[in-house]
Design a protein around this ligand. Sequence first.
Ligand code: BGC
Length: 332
Amino acid sequence: MQATLKQTILAPVSYPARAGIGDNAYEWDDPEYNPSAFTDKFILEKKPAWADHPHVPFLEILKRKTINGKGEIVELSTSKHYDFREGRFLNPLGKTGITGRGMLGRWGPNWAADVIITKEVSEKLWVLLCEKQVGDGDSVLCFPAGMVDEGEHVPQTLRRELCEEAVDDNSAVDELFDKCCIGCVYAGWVDDWRNTDNAWMVTQAYHFHATVEVASKLTLAVKDTTEIKKSAWYDVTTIDKMYASHKDWLDKVHGDYKSSKVENGGAFLSNGPPHVPFVSNDLPHGVKYPFVSHEASLAPKTPPPLSAGEETPIGKKRPRSADGDTGHSGDA
Ligand code: BGC
């Protein structure tokens, strides 16, 4: 039996209640499924640069980069989860009880990047974490991380977020990125409380293990004080709860550390090139489009092709969207 996902039970306060998803999260044509349509007012009215226009040219959506179930970066056109009635791609993790974009800017995948920095002190693994503000007075531990900005490549996001949330931007950061990359710990969909049926988080979490010298030159500093209260090094064995899926990744890194101690007699091999090279992630949502209706010529005449043998995930009884957020069906 599938574990209950956060995207089916939790939501930011601005969200309406999530509708029940029934017994099968992937049964999109469930006649009982009656999700609420919701896109944050801020997105619809203020049209921030990081968010899509309610209508995005369908051909552009098809080319948008996502991460598939194997952790590979692919075009969204390869996804078989598509709602022909609404003209929207569907969350690969299943139903969420809400359609539209919620507070996520992009239709489909919304890209984040997480940076996991460790060091070894007295035969123990330490990790660099931030204390993130998540509500009135509440905070939670997390890796330095954030959304991939327009036109940014994931490695640039990792560096930018690290220097905004945890350390000063100095030559030690260059050394860390040049010499200490261990690899990608996670690449894929994230069970995030902001997810909707039509907008969801994907991330890549990269691990860097600082040598003693690099670690000694990293200076802790927080620039983004609206979101982050402080950054600090923590003994990994003292951490039991973290933001989103971060604890799973920390456990993975800790497990790798313990096996690498057994196999190599030392901590991670941190001076060579990355074990897993950076994935070339050209402009995840880099095509610029103006906030005007797209040309009729770009509207799809037929739904996207499904690969042989794939089923049509049409939501037969789902209500039409009622939040003024129209999707990318080209029905303008
Ligand atoms: C956070 C990341 C997290 C991602 C998915 C982003 O907003 O900054 O740390 O991995 O959301 O939950």
